[in-house]
Design a protein around this ligand. Structure first.
Ligand SMILES: C[S@@+](CC[C@H](N)C(=O)[O-])C[C@H]1O[C@@H](n2cnc3c(N)ncnc32)[C@H](O)[C@@H]1O
Length: 213
């Protein structure tokens, strides 16, 4: 799995169907997440950092974004993006979300934002790629402050008239190593207050956001 995000990292932004299919999901997800100015936001499985400009727009120079990914190659692209844009308020952490000690995140939050918990946590098209998304959700919960916002954007098979695109969706998910049946947004649906669920691209993209207790 790691190999997939090593060789393909430099081409990910072009070949992942970002413009045609997936950008709409991250935009909707971050709009619904509504991170506020000055917030510390965690992006789990941040990849090449496609969420960074959208998140930084929200948190402003006084906020901070922590991106975590286990692929050094994907993070190298994210680091280039940070450097090119001169962003000073991004931390990129190379780690396997399933093995990580949450203290690594809380210490970055404390160092960069002056408090140990994050105000919002987000994951786009990544939970379904993790070998098991539930421990990743538990990590997210453990580093989020009470009342934090949480958002998950992920994929499922298209339905209704869009079901004709199911083979394409299957192919895209298989290429990215995603389990199209994972439905990780069930966690915020179950645990977050006022969870909002938006379905895009004929059922292929699900966006769930809410406020953690
Ligand atoms: C399909 S990409 C999504 C990247 C980004 N979130 C986006 O919206 O474009 C999935 C990412 O999850 C990362 N990933 C997979 N398993 C992981 C794990 N156990 N821990 C951390 N990152 C992981 C991969 O390296 C890859 O960058």
């Amino acid at each position: 799995m790691l190999k997939r995000y090593t060789a393909g990292a430099r081409l990910y932004d072009v070949l992942s169907g970002e413009r045609l299919v997936y950008r709409v999901g991250r935009v909707a997800g971050i709009d619904a997440l509504q991170p506020g100015r000055g917030d510390i936001v965690l992006d789990l499985g941040c990849g090449t950092g496609l969420n960074l400009p959208l998140l930084l727009d929200r948190v402003g120079a006084e906020g901070h974004v922590i991106g975590l990914d286990r692929s050094p190659s994907m993070l190298a692209v994210a680091r280039d993006r940070v450097r090119r844009n001169g962003w000073a308020n991004v931390s990129l952490l190379e780690a396997d979300v399933l093995l990580l000690d949450p203290a690594e995140i809380t210490s970055i939050a404390l160092r960069e934002g002056g408090r140990p918990r994050v105000d919002a946590a987000f994951s786009s098209y990544a939970m379904s790629v993790f070998d098991d998304w539930m421990p990743a959700w538990e990590l997210l919960r453990s580093v989020a402050r009470p009342g934090a916002r949480a958002g998950i954007v992920d994929m499922a098979l298209p339905t209704g008239a869009a079901a004709v695109f199911a083979p394409l969706a299957r192919l895209a998910c298989a290429a990215g190593g995603a389990d199209i049946t994972a439905r990780p947004w069930r966690a915020p649906e179950r645990e977050a207050a006022n969870a909002e669920h938006t379905v895009l691209r004929g059922g292929h993209i699900h966006v769930v956001t809410g406020t953690l207790p």
